[in-house]
Design a protein around this ligand. Structure first.
Ligand code: GLY
Length: 495
């Protein structure tokens, strides 16, 4: 088991994650964090891996505004339905989320889909009092989670609580762009905001965060004829149906998608394909298969817009199971609503008839992926602490280290460092401290390979390359370094 305070103190010290922000003002606000230099490089690597993975599946990236007028959120349902149940302490005035109060005190209690009254009955029955002063708690009330702002002088607006809604609005523009042909798919990666009440899970529950959300627009009748399914029908996914959960069975069962469709575990081929794309993308990011399950939402648990929903979840050391991605069948909910509230026709021709398409969504939280990547990477070994960040995501790919500064070694190392930069690698030069200390420093920063320049380098134009994970070393000619590192960064070299 990993200790959250211990691991996050390393992430802070090494410039991955700082906060809560702004730290110098009374210790900051929960739910807001800075990404330091290595955190930002890691974030960009995750974002770009997602971009490439989605593009390969024909999702085109778009960018929409973060702020939208109130009407958009009335249409999407967020103005009315995007709430958390909240209780207030009648003595000290502290606020708590009703559902979290219950599950934190009694983890086995079922809270999904309860009414406000049912929360209050449970809180009463379990004798839960204010966590701060043990005072009596008020009745639960729904509190909207959107952050409000004003455009110009008095136009009420909200910061988006999801990128998805803002992705749906240019639907007619996409229709033109994709030459009036469905299905098509788009993707957005950007900020979203949720006014969480007392978020307590560090980087897992943020008030400002990035989402990567991919949307497939498809006619209802085409969902089960989806061509791309053929490429995924043999994919095996670790599924936990809601019916299994009703029988208290949470262990995932690996099922081929073809079988999941024929047994109607998954309702249609397009949705199954979305699940496969989300799952494969997460595996590509280097998260461990044995820690992942795909759990179907109980009908009571689904978001207000979803016909079906499965979450891809990861078993963290510090917080148990957490959602990495939500895959939702949003039906024609969104386009129907936006047509109604905007007064624009958002239907398109299907076999001569006008029809509002359905939307299948993959939603991921990028900071969650970042935190979990780091939590998974953190390892304490006998002599060192090391971040075994997957090679594709390593913020700094190589460090160039002269064994010592004198005898022309620093100059030679500088030459090699320039060579690495010219090759397009994220390289760093480090000449401070003993070579052992510098290796430890590189390990804590998750640098996969260190290149050491020693006296032999001056004689034979070769260097030592040290592998982070095995700590093994091998000798490589400088003239062959580029090819060697290309292969090493692809995981193709056995040290
Ligand atoms: N767009 C779905 C979500 O924010 O979870």
């Amino acid at each position: 088991m990993k200790d959250y305070n211990k691991i996050t103190s390393l992430f802070k010290r090494k410039g991955f994650i700082w906060g809560p922000s702004p730290e110098i003002y009374e210790g900051g606000l929960a739910g807001f964090y800075d990404l330091g230099p290595l955190g930002t490089l890691l974030f960009n690597n995750i974002a770009n891996t997602l971009r490439a993975a989605f593009f390969e599946e024909k999702y085109y990236e778009i960018t929409a505004p973060i702020i939208m007028p109130k009407k958009v959120w009335e249409a999407s349902g967020h103005a009315g339905g995007f709430t958390d149940p909240l209780v207030k302490c009648t003595k000290c005035g502290a606020y708590f989320r009703s559902d979290k109060l219950i599950t934190e005190a009694h983890p086995k209690e079922e809270v999904d889909g309860l009414t406000l009254k049912e929360y209050d009955t449970k809180i009463d029955k379990l004798g839960i009092k204010c966590l701060t002063c043990k005072g009596q708690l008020s009745k639960s009330e729904p509190i909207n989670m959107m952050l409000k702002t004003v455009i110009g002088v008095n136009t009420e607006a909200f910061l988006r609580p999801e990128t998805a809604t803002t992705t749906y609005l240019p639907f007619k523009r996409y229709y033109d762009f994709f030459r009036n042909k469905l299905p098509f798919s788009v993707f957005q990666l950007g900020k979203a905001f949720r006014n969480e009440i007392s978020p307590r899970q560090g980087l897992l529950r943020l008030r400002e965060f990035n989402q990567a959300e991919a949307q497939l627009f498809i006619f209802k009748g085409e969902k089960n004829k989806f061509e791309e399914f053929k490429e995924h029908e043999k994919d095996e996914l670790p599924l936990v149906t809601y019916k299994a959960q009703e029988k208290n069975k949470f262990k995932p069962v690996k099922i081929k998608l073809k079988e999941a469709i024929s047994k109607k575990i998954i309702q249609n081929k397009a949705y199954a394909t979305s699940l496969a794309i989300a799952y494969n993308t997460i595996i590509e990011l280097g998260l461990k298969e044995e820690r992942i399950r795909i759990r179907q939402h109980h009908p009571n648990e689904r978001a207000f817009y979803a016909l079906d929903a499965w979450d891809i979840e990861y078993k963290t050391d510090c917080f148990g199971w957490v959602e990495l991605a939500g895959v939702h069948d949003r039906g024609d909910y969104d386009l129907t609503q936006h047509a109604k509230y905007s007064g624009q026709d958002l239907s398109v021709k299907n076999n001569g008839k006008n029809e509002v398409p359905h939307i299948l969504e993959i939603a991921m939280g990028v900071e969650r992926l970042l935190y979990i990547t780091l939590e998974q990477a953190y390892e304490e070994e006998k002599e060192r602490t090391v971040l075994k960040i997957p090679l594709v995501l390593a913020p700094i790919e190589v460090k160039v280290l002269p064994l010592m500064k004198k005898d022309g070694l620093a100059e030679k190392a500088d030459e090699v460092y320039e060579l690495m930069l010219d090759q397009g690698l994220y390289a760093e030069y480090d000449e401070t401290g003993s070579i052992g200390r510098r290796y430890r420093r590189a390990d804590e920063e998750g640098v996969p390979f260190c290149i050491t320049i020693d006296h032999d380098t001056l004689k034979d134009e070769s260097v030592t390359v040290r592998d982070r994970d095995s700590m093994k070393q091998t000798r490589v000619k400088i003239s062959e370094l580029d090819e060697f590192l290309d292969m090493a960064l692809e995981g193709e070299i056995d040290f």
